[in-house]
Write a protein that binds this ligand. Sequence first.
Ligand code: PLP
Length: 398
Amino acid sequence: MSLFDRAELAPADPILGLTEAFNADTRPEKVNLGVGVYLGEDGKLPLMAAVRSAEERVTQQHKPKAYLGIDGMPAYRDAVRALIFGADSAALADGRIATVQTLGGTGALKVGADLLHQLSPEATVLISDPSWENHRALFTRAGFTVDAYRYYDAEAKGIDVDGMLEDLRAAAEGTVVVLHACCHNPTGYDLTGEQWDAVIDVLRERGLVPFLDMAYQGFGFGIAEDGAVVTKFIDSGLNFLLSTSYSKSFSLYGERIGSLSVVLGSAEEAKKVLSQLKIVVRTNYSNPPTEGAALVTTVLTDPELRQSWEDELGSMRERIKTLRQGLVDALAARGISDMGFIAEQLGMFSYSGLTKDQMIALRTEHGVYGLDSGRMCVAALNTGNLDYVADAIASVRG
Ligand code: PLP
């Protein structure tokens, strides 16, 4: 008997497995609203103009492919820290932030989870109910017990803030709390500034450990607006972790580029934490790749490319809003008037309220792929498939 006979056949990943099923579907009218990817009007993944220019510049340099440092490219670190925390951040100037370049947002979450588990193996991790599917799996795999705090109010189509605060108040000291910084995945409902203040108060009172996950900066209200929550956390004086991803906002999914920052009370603490983060990275994949970091750095530090990126991200954000409204109107035209909330949700997703059976019917009968939870990626709609999707939804709603 081989050792590998012990390996059981695992179920397909709830999101990426759906893409596999989509790819195998031969119906030409099929639509993939499963994975969180922004597609253009032509139904294709865009290569952003600023990224294209940066790529040309980087290629022309014909640089040899040296190893990066364990924590990544220094210029990248500086550029993303200025983006996230502001170039004139006092915490940055004080040296109180430890940052490493990571393999996308997922890599940032895992490096952060491994660090936290080493420091506090008995802690529980709380994620929102519901949350991005991989949060639970990732923190469980890192060795934590994962539980959830109330978040989505299905009746009211919004956030159960009182329930959330109550669950956080009931958490044991040292509990890690994973919070979506903006464009909550999957619900599309974000806390208001005042609600964030209330959450921060409870985090402080209860001695909880915040882990902010920011995968969609720029897709809600704007780069600065979506990032404002980070300033709130800095101003709160709490220590916290922050993962960022540039998969969506630079359309650099396959480059695996993101960052993990830990904001601490002193430069001395930051130095120690960075040294531990480097051990986590070194013992996993040694050091990160260069290409994505070079592209993001070039775009962020060149004023012209930066402006072009901000403008294009702005038009992506606005286009998603138009698609949301387009879907709401198309549904209304088919007699469905109770899905107007889709236009109010933020980011790439709509938590449609459709049942698991309806989502399965969408898939099997119409080739429209969304998650069983009812999550649909509205950023994958276009004027060519919107009516088809509306017809399909109207058909499964009966
Ligand atoms: N966090 C959230 C909330 C996400 O939705 C995603 C991606 O879908 C990630 C993290 C991971 O981002 P990346 O693809 O850069 O690993």
